[in-house]
Design a protein around this ligand. Structure first.
Ligand SMILES: Nc1ncnc2c1ncn2[C@@H]1O[C@H](COP(=O)(O)OP(=O)(O)O)[C@@H](O)[C@H]1O
Ligand SMILES: [Mg+2]
Length: 245
C-alpha cells in the first residue's frame, strides 16, 4: 500500500548556470498547510531554489518531490498545473497590459476555465487595490501594487502552494506590513506558503519553520520560534544585532 506524502520535498538540489553554481546542496521540506521561510543573504540561492521548484531552471543533481511525485525534470506549465505557483522576484509583469490582463495570464494552465470569474473575485477580495485599478496598465502601478499583482497572478492558477520570492523587496514598511497581513489571511484560508526573504524578522513572524541558505547550501533549519530566540543564530546566520543590548 502506498501512502500519499502530502508535502514538497527538495533533497540535495544542485543548479548550475554554465560553469557557475547557483545552488550546491539545498534540502527543504514544506508540509501542507504550513508557512516555511527560506532565509539567506543576497546570492545565497533563494531565487534559484524557488525557480527550480517552479520548473524555470533545471537542476543537475538532487530531487524535488511534490505530493509523492518527482517533478524536477518537468516544464513550468506542467508544474503550475499541479498546484505550485510562483510570485517571482522582480514581478515579471507585462507593463503595457492591464491589471486584469496580467491576472488572466495566471490562468493559462488552469484546466477548469469556468473558475476564472470566481478566482478573479477572490484575488480582488484579498487585494481591493487591484480591483480599483483593474483597467489600468501594470506599468502605471506603484511597487506595492506590482507586488500585489504578482501575487494575484499566481493565485489565479488556484495553487495549493504559493512560492513567494522576496515579497517585501523594495517596498515601504507600511506596504510590506499590509502584504504580510494578506499572506497571513491566505494561509488562514488554507494556502501553503514558501517565502524567500532577506527581511528575516518579518518572515520569522509568519513562518512555522525556516531554513537558512549560505552560498547555495542549507546550513541551518528549525522552528521559526527557535531560530528567532537563539542569540547566536540571530547574529551569525541572520545578521540581527540587538541595538538595545
Ligand atoms: N542567471 C544566472 N547566471 C549566472 N549565475 C546566476 C544566475 N542567477 C543567479 N546566479 C548566481 O547563483 C547564485 C545564487 O543566486 P540567487 O539564487 O539569485 O540568490 P538569492 O536569491 O538568494 O539572492 C549567486 O551566486 C548568483 O550570482
Ligand atoms: Mg533572490
Amino acid at each position: 500500500m502506498s501512502t500519499i506524502s502530502n508535502h514538497l520535498k527538495v533533497e540535495h538540489l544542485e543548479v548550475r548556470y554554465g560553469d557557475l553554481v547557483g545552488i550546491a546542496d539545498v534540502s527543504i521540506e514544506v508540509q501542507m498547510g504550513s508557512v516555511v521561510a527560506l532565509l539567506g543573504s543576497n546570492g545565497a540561492g533563494k531565487t534559484t531554489t524557488l525557480n527550480a521548484i517552479a520548473g524555470l531552471v533545471q537542476s543537475s543533481q538532487g530531487s524535488i518531490q511534490w505530493q509523492g511525485e518527482h517533478i524536477a525534470s518537468q516544464p513550468a506549465y506542467a508544474i503550475v498545473r499541479k498546484g505550485i505557483a510562483l510570485a517571482p522576484e522582480g514581478w515579471h509583469l507585462f507593463t503595457q497590459q492591464t491589471v486584469e490582463q496580467n491576472l488572466m495570464l495566471g490562468t493559462t494552465s488552469l484546466v477548469d476555465k469556468k473558475r476564472v470569474p470566481e478566482l478573479m473575485e477572490q484575488v480582488f477580495s484579498y487585494f481591493p487595490r487591484l480591483k480599483e485599478r483593474r483597467r489600468q496598465r501594470a506599468g502605471t502601478l506603484s511597487g506595492g501594487e506590482r507586488q500585489m499583482l504578482a501575487v494575484g497572478r499566481a493565485l489565479m492558477s488556484a495553487p495549493k502552494i504559493l512560492l513567494l520570492d522576496e515579497p517585501s523587496l523594495g517596498l515601504a514598511p507600511a506596504i510590506v506590513e499590509t502584504m504580510y497581513e494578506t499572506l497571513s489571511e491566505l494561509h488562514a484560508a488554507g494556502l501553503t506558503l514558501l517565502i524567500a526573504e532577506q527581511s528575516v524578522q518579518l518572515a520569522l513572524e509568519v513562518a512555522d519553520y525556516a531554513y537558512v541558505l549560505q552560498t547555495g547550501k542549507t546550513v541551518l533549519e528549525g522552528t521559526a520560534e527557535a531560530l528567532s530566540n537563539d542569540e547566536q543564530v540571530r547574529q551569525i546566520y541572520l545578521g540581527i544585532t540587538d541595538a538595545t543590548q
